[in-house]
Design a binder for this molecule. Structure first.
Ligand SMILES: C[S@@+](CC[C@H](N)C(=O)[O-])C[C@H]1O[C@@H](n2cnc3c(N)ncnc32)[C@H](O)[C@@H]1O
Length: 256
């Protein structure tokens, strides 16, 4: 499956306030009284949607889970190899990666590492979109919202998986491609889990959050950050970034 062009990198400014004093406190304790030297960088990210299968049953059914299990078995050897490649190549400096470093006073890594999904719940939207994620607390602009959690893959493996997933129309599109340094990676969140980032729907015109790459222990993690203040009971949306004409014509909701 093809992917769209990656946009320029857009740095995000660290939030001016701490999102939660509890998180900051635990982070300080963990790191011996110091906030870790960390940085944010934010290449724009895209999800290839050219094989989106609009499905009402994206899904907990056995067929889907079996397909995923089968795919993983088939790809098992490649998977081990690709992840070890990833690990081998991870020790690049930010200069090599061409990434601007931003020291942040606020630590997002504690949110990521403890899989924080506070203030969110999944509900059925009652529309063709299927499930969506809604807020149960207020978020402020630049707040951490949730991780787009899944398996980190290199591009070649992700493409192989997509071919297999594409054979099963019960499998929805949960592959999230992004550029990190000079390389393309993908977070595959196809497997049904209880993580919420994978359930956030698309809006081009009314997105209220935005994907960013955040590095934890030298590994890129995808997170969603609030674009503006978000009130309780709002559905979360981000722009999937797909602009290819043929794809958008096939899935007109990408323009909404
Ligand atoms: C990452 S999943 C989002 C969660 C999905 N709604 C679910 O129930 O599992 C992406 C899929 O959700 C659906 N979707 C997301 N945003 C949509 C929108 N604005 N309109 C229609 N369908 C949408 C499409 O089927 C898309 O392939």
């Amino acid at each position: 499956m093809a992917y769209k062009d990656i946009f320029n990198m857009i740095p995000i400014r660290p939030p001016k306030r701490f999102q939660s004093s509890i998180d900051v406190k635990s982070d300080r304790l963990r790191k011996g009284g110091l906030l870790k030297d960390q940085f944010l960088f934010a290449p724009d990210i895209c999800i290839p949607e050219n094989e989106i299968v609009p499905s009402s049953s994206q899904s907990t059914n056995d067929t889907t889970n079996n397909s995923i299990a089968l795919t993983k078995r088939i790809l098992h050897d490649d998977y081990n190899e690709s992840i070890s490649t990833l690990r081998r190549s991870k020790r690049q400096t930010s200069k090599q990666l061409g990434i601007t470093k931003y020291k942040s006073a606020t630590s997002f890594d504690s949110f990521i590492e403890r899989q924080c999904e506070d203030g969110l719940e999944a509900r059925h939207t009652g529309t063709i979109k299927g499930r969506g994620v809604y807020t149960t607390k207020k978020f402020f602009r630049n707040d951490y919202i949730v991780e787009y959690a899944g398996e980190l893959l290199i591009q070649s493996e992700a493409k192989q998986r997509e071919i297999l997933y594409g054979r099963n129309h019960d499998i929805g599109c949960y592959m999230y491609y992004f550029k990190w340094g000079e390389k393309l990676f993908c977070v595959d969140a196809t497997e049904e889990t209880n993580r919420l980032g994978r359930l956030i729907n698309h809006s081009r015109k009314n997105s209220n959050c935005q994907p960013k790459v955040f590095v934890v222990r030298d590994q890129p993690r995808l997170i969603l950050v609030a674009l503006r203040d978000i009130e309780i009971d709002e559905e979360l949306f981000y722009d999937y970034g797909e602009r290819r004409k043929d794809i958008v014509e096939s899935f007109p909701w990408l323009n909404e």
